[in-house]
Design a protein around this ligand. Structure first.
Ligand SMILES: O=C(O)c1c[nH]c2c(-c3ccccc3)cccc2c1=O
Length: 448
């Protein structure tokens, strides 16, 4: 159907998952209607009378951002939560200086090499509070021809009792915000407490910088994921789930060690495979990361690779990783050429990938900085960065699995099963030159 949906209709039709991809310039309109939304549509005046908002992110183009708000909301108070790294903080101050309604809130980054990756919006309307958790920077390039993931909460009404969700969303969100340890977030802590989150059906999986131990060790990072899957994923004890494949998909990769067993399988996969059964089989782990050819033939061409910052220095230390890698392919969403900036992790049943056991969309790439690394004989989890994502578990939707190929199926971003790298495929590396084949714009890539 090529009827143009309004932003409100798009959200209504996305129930019960409320999970979207960003719209893409250059694909057929109907692929931008179903479970697809733009930043302007997220901020549309149709959702109600905005009184103030907060934008958590990594990269900001303030002019671009303000332009995405309806003109009548551009002067409302706006809190910008960003990483406090010296250099780009200056440019942010300069960008915001003409706007007294914008307040800057630097997030402390006490551990070296940490970044404020979290991408989240607090939108306060006269009718209530909406939370948006997503993967796109607040720059035009991130919203034009990439594949980004977006979860949009209902507008949670104000309440005089602190209504929590069955997924502990409110408490987990407040625990996350507490870690910033700044008075600048007090208004939003108070506001979150005053709203009814009972209609929310997703779990928060977040990361904050620190060495988390004792009672806090399962609060963040991959141990939070392990704990949540253990507590809520009650699959009957049947064998078919034990070897169900696990898929990780991301737009950058950190230094993971000299072999898979250094961190990827021993620590990270152990958390992802948590079934709350004594599953001993080691499920297949399949990783999706764009090839050079994916980037070269993308709508943006090699420029897309600027947002895939996997560097040579890291890649050369872990050539073993290539055996896990699969191509980016999203034909069923017409997004095989919309370079992925989304990050997702999921588990499917191994009967031809017909059913989804759980699905996570997050800002977190495949790195120890984002997910954490166990230290001191597994008594503390060291995390460098701020990250946040939402986890979909069938039980919270009154289902045992999420069907993938029927009418009410979960809107997955890419094609399953994933396609393994062939011998000629190479992972995209941002600081290599690519001169033997021009990209979709006829350009070459020479980062020097
Ligand atoms: O949070 C995000 O989304 C992103 C975070 N870092 C990015 C970088 C980068 C990598 C190393 C050092 C500084 C910057 C480069 C290109 C895109 C991104 C990006 O998209």
């Amino acid at each position: 159907v090529n009827k143009r949906l309004t932003p409100v209709e798009k959200i209504e039709q996305s129930e019960p998952y409320r999970f979207f991809l960003s719209t893409v310039h250059g694909i057929q309109d109907n692929y931008n209607q179903t479970n697809a939304i733009s930043l302007k549509e997220i901020l549309s005046v149709e959702h109600g009378q905005l009184t103030r908002s907060a934008q958590f992110n990594y990269m900001f183009d303030i002019e671009f951002l303000l332009e995405q708000y309806p003109s009548e909301f551009r002067l409302k108070p706006l809190l910008i939560v960003h990483g406090d790294s010296r250099d780009d903080n200056h440019s942010l101050k300069t960008q915001c200086s003409p706007y007294p309604q914008i307040e800057l809130c630097p997030a402390r980054l006490d551990i070296p090499f940490g970044t404020h990756h979290t991408k989240m919006m607090f939108l306060l309307y006269e009718t209530g509070l909406r939370i948006v958790i997503h993967t796109a920077n607040l720059i035009s390039q991130d919203w034009r021809q990439k594949t980004q993931g977006i979860w949009i909460s209902p507008i949670c009404p104000k309440t005089n009792d602190t209504r929590e969700s069955k997924t502990n969303f409110k408490k987990d969100l407040l625990d996350y915000i507490e870690q910033y340890r700044t008075r600048q977030l007090q208004f939003w802590q108070k506001t979150i407490n005053e709203h009814d989150f009972s209609s929310i059906n997703v779990h928060i999986i977040s990361s904050t910088p620190g060495r988390h131990t004792g009672a806090n060790i399962n609060k963040f990072g991959h141990l939070k994921l392990r704990q949540t899957l253990k507590n809520y994923l009650n699959l009957e004890n049947n064998e078919q789930y034990y070897s169900a494949p696990i898929i990780g998909q991301f737009s950058s990769i950190g230094s993971l060690g000299p072999n898979a067993n250094s961190w990827l399988t021993k620590e990270f996969l152990t958390s992802l495979k948590q079934l709350n059964t004594n599953s001993f089989d080691s499920p297949e782990l399949k990783l999706i990361y764009p090839t050079v050819e994916n980037v070269r033939t993308s709508f943006e061409g090699y420029i897309a690779g600027g947002s895939l910052p996997y560097n040579m220095q890291t890649a050369m230390k872990q050539t073993w990783l290539i055996n896990y890698l699969h191509r980016w392919k999203a034909d069923h969403r017409q997004r095989s050429r919309a370079s992925p900036h989304i990050k997702t992790y999921l588990r499917v049943t191994n009967d031809q990938y017909k059913n989804l056991l759980w699905f996570l969309v997050t800002s977190a790439n495949l790195s120890k900085a984002a997910w954490g690394v166990l230290e001191k004989n597994n008594t503390q989890l060291m995390i460098r960065s701020y990250e946040i994502g939402v986890l979909f578990i069938p039980k919270q939707f009154s289902q045992t699995i999420f069907p993938l190929f029927d009418s009410s199926s979960f809107p997955i971003p890419y094609d399953l099963p994933p396609v393994k790298y062939e011998s000629t495929d190479k992972p995209w590396i941002v600081d290599m030159t690519y001169k033997n084949q021009p990209d979709s714009h006829g350009n070459m890539w020479d980062p020097h």
